[in-house]
Ligand binder design. Sequence first.
Ligand code: PAN
Ligand code: ZN
Length: 187
Amino acid sequence: MNISIIQPPQVAWASGLFSGGPLIRKSTCIGNLANVFADEQAWQAYPPHEVVYEVDMLDSASTEGALYTGVTHLNPGKVGDEYFMTRGHFHARREQGEVYCGLRGTGLLLLQDEQGAARLEHVFPGSVHIIPGFTAHRLINTGSDILSALAVWPSAAGHDYAALAQGFSVRVVEEGGEARVKEINHD
Ligand code: PAN
Ligand code: ZN
């Protein structure tokens, strides 16, 4: 028998950069994030093509039972006093979970259940985050470096952005040089 030994793709843990695999890259710019940040005027004042985050994903199988692997690189920055963050989503298949691992930079992972109850976890190099099903998730960069986090999730999970059109129930802003969590009342 002639068994071949395959060279897998690699991720550089310190930077989250992939090499050696077919990759798909998706950039999300300020202009793509309408109604995400609270300060509409500050958002309008940004060049729309300024990149907020990039996701590099291994181009792998999308069949039921398969897993996707991707790294999100979230730039440091603020819109008004609110830190740069990902759009955030529930999975279209609500019961499907995900694992995030912090690689570079510091920030927060905002988790919110379907009843609107939110919690936050610190993200840092080496942090491991178990995101259960039925839980929306968003990364927030509260540091001055790029925040990079590796994620593994079921290919069949899908993304539901519309369910959070009203927004999450907390916002994280800078106040006096520190991150402060503000609760939002949507009623
Ligand atoms: C991540 C996210 C990534 C970008 O790969 O998709 O951080 O965030 P948004 O999708 O909210 O723009 C993930 O959670 N996948 O399921
Ligand atoms: Zn997800």
